[in-house]
Design a protein around this ligand. Structure first.
Ligand code: HEM
Length: 370
């Protein structure tokens, strides 16, 4: 199994452990990649200034470059370095940091409680994206539409998807730019700090970054609870433990397994010399289980004193949505644990095809009989 196929494998962790045991960077010839899998090398890779989030020769993936989805992608802070990255980050972080935990809880529960037995696709994808939509100022009657367009945009970015999806992604990007530019989300920033099309692209970025990753976090937590009925019982009685559950799932069976870096200048990582044009796969899901972080890092334990995880990245591109994602997931799981029969109706059918994400395919008995 290659690390790029691993996130959708039933159990990729033994193969990560054997990579990690070798330490430093490992070269894989077929995909022409260097892999960083232990905590020290992963930390170094995230902090190395010569390792960029996109290759200089292809700032926007060729498959979408020619259209609105490519234009939007090219403006995302996640996909830029230097001034373009910093300016968007500085504008959005105060907004994300100021979000109120009570408000996140209220918005999440209100959307979850619209149904007694929500389908897993609703709890995993629709609820989180509509919460972000509401926080961005989307009128309630347009939230479902916005979530659906976000799904189409995200599906078009998946290199494992087909051409029809790319066309749909271009149309969705156009729709999203038009509609989100009408939201009164952020207080005005310092004059000329950020062009309005860049700001709007990055607000859409918040919706699209939420879409798959938060779905994977909720889905993998549902799987953990389905596997451990005793844990379900104890957390139903003691819901204050649900935050630790979500954080342990995020560390132990994370929704994002890896990310890539492209070498722009000669540098060293894990003792290996790298040259411009080299690509590094940062295997965060493996580094989370490095025993140098905790001797029992391979075990699933809610009572950890200190939990170290790379699932939300590190360094200059680390995820600014961590608190929001954990908050939404915690309140979704709390609401589902109150529906006592919910977990007995869940069916697991492997994982969605993805190079970096681990998102279970879940259905409910009600859906299958509908
Ligand atoms: C469980 C859910 C999530 C996970 C596991 C996750 C993970 C990550 C990771 C690993 C990165 C860094 C990528 C890299 O360095 O290559 C990242 C970046 C980012 N995430 Fe998240 N994320 C999640 C949810 C969210 C949410 C809810 C938001 C926003 C509302 C968000 C917004 C962002 C943004 C804007 C970036 C780019 C930051 C930058 O480039 O400076 N994420 N995320």
């Amino acid at each position: 199994m290659l690390p790029l196929e691993a996130p959708s494998h039933p159990d990729p962790y033994p193969s990560y452990a054997s990579l990690r045991l070798r330490g430093g960077l490992q070269y894989l010839e077929a995909p022409n990649l260097w892999v960083a899998s232990d905590a020290a090398t992963v930390t170094e890779a995230f902090e190395q200034p010569a390792c960029h989030v996109r290759p200089r020769r292809e700032p926007v993936p060729d498959m979408i470059a020619d259209g609105p989805a490519g234009e939007l992608f090219g403006r995302l802070m996640r996909m830029n370095e230097g001034e373009a990255h910093q300016a968007s980050r500085q504008r959005l972080i105060p907004f994300l940091d100021a979000l109120d935990d009570e408000e996140i809880a209220r918005l999440t529960r209100h959307r979850l409680d619209a149904s007694d037995a929500p389908a897993p696709s609703d709890t995993m994808f629709r609820v989180p994206v509509t919460v972000i939509a509401a926080l961005l100022g989307c009128p309630p009657e347009h939230e479902a539409w916005l979530a659906e367009r976000t799904s189409r945009f995200v599906a078009g970015l998946n290199p494992l998807g087909h051409t029809a999806r790319r066309d749909a992604a271009h149309r969705a990007a156009e729709d999203l730019m038009k509609v989100v530019s009408g939201f009164e989300t952020l207080p005005a920033g310092p004059k000329d700090a950020l062009a309005s099309e860049v700001l709007v692209a990055n607000l859409i970025g918040l919706l699209s970054q939420t879409h798959d990753a938060t779905a994977g976090l909720i889905g993998n937590t549902l799987l953990a609870l389905r596997k451990h009925p005793a844990l379900r019982e104890s957390l139903t009685r003691r819901p204050e433990g649900i935050t630790a559950l979500v954080e342990e799932v995020e560390r132990h069976d994370p929704p994002v397994h890896s990310t890539k870096r492209y070498v722009e200048a000669p540098c060293r990582l894990g003792g290996t010399r790298l040259a411009p044009g080299d690509t590094v796969l940062i295997l965060t899901a493996s580094a989370n289980r490095d025993t140098s972080l905790a001797p029992d890092a391979d075990h699933f334990r809610l009572d950890r004193r200190e939990r170290v995880s790379f699932s939300f990245g590190a360094g200059r591109h680390h995820c600014p949505g961590r608190r929001l994602a954990l908050g939404i997931a915690t309140h979704v799981i709390t609401g589902l644990l109150e529906r006592r029969e919910y977990f007995n109706t869940l069916h697991h059918h492997g994982y969605l095809p993805s190079r970096h994400g681990r998102i279970p395919r879940l259905t409910s008995t009600q859906e299958e009989h509908a």
